[in-house]
Design a protein around this ligand. Sequence first.
Ligand SMILES: CC(C)(COP(=O)(O)OP(=O)(O)OC[C@H]1O[C@@H](n2cnc3c(N)ncnc32)[C@H](O)[C@@H]1OP(=O)(O)O)[C@@H](O)C(=O)NCCC(=O)NCCS
Length: 166
Amino acid sequence: MSVDFNTAPIFIDPDTGFELRPLPESDDTAAAQVLADATGEGTAEAAQIRIDQTRVGANNRVIGGWLHDNLIAAYTLERDGMANQIGIIAVLPEFRRQGFGRLMLTDALRRSGRRPLTAETDDDSIGFYKTCGFKMVGRRKHPSGVFRYRLGWHAPRNGSDAGDSC
Ligand SMILES: CC(C)(COP(=O)(O)OP(=O)(O)OC[C@H]1O[C@@H](n2cnc3c(N)ncnc32)[C@H](O)[C@@H]1OP(=O)(O)O)[C@@H](O)C(=O)NCCC(=O)NCCS
């Protein structure tokens, strides 16, 4: 069964209690702090601009990852034609490499239902996406000389096994 973009608002990982849910705009400043490292500039200000761009689209969401009532991770999920795209994603440094990034990708896949899920990234994070099952679908060179990669991930036919895909 296809899952609509909005019909799975909260996901709680039973092992850790990590909770993922769409953030209200009142949490955007906190989300920008978390997402700073996901921007080329590495600043909360740059993340705030990306969040503001995300908020323009009615179907877009800023998803927050909470651990024991602390916001430790976040990502943006944006409608892009027939697909959904992960815009920026980050976990606070002290919580990295503990599986929370993987849980966010799984959450994005779940929220995307049958829509293909894409992400755009650079050399630093391509390993993360590939480890979690994304496949390279394109590459382009920015005027700065830096390569950006487009990756894609499709929902399994049975949405119930989405959690096994990453
Ligand atoms: C990229 C990021 C979100 C990954 O989150 P995380 O919670 O550390 O990732 P996980 O612990 O869930 O890792 C999932 C898998 O990806 C791998 N992985 C994580 N980061 C990786 C990296 N930078 N390069 C290669 N593999 C990576 C992990 O080893 C793990 O694989 P394993 O289960 O086989 O060991 C996090 O490192 C981060 O916030 N980075 C700064 C912001 C950023 O660069 N965002 C991406 C661009 S928008």
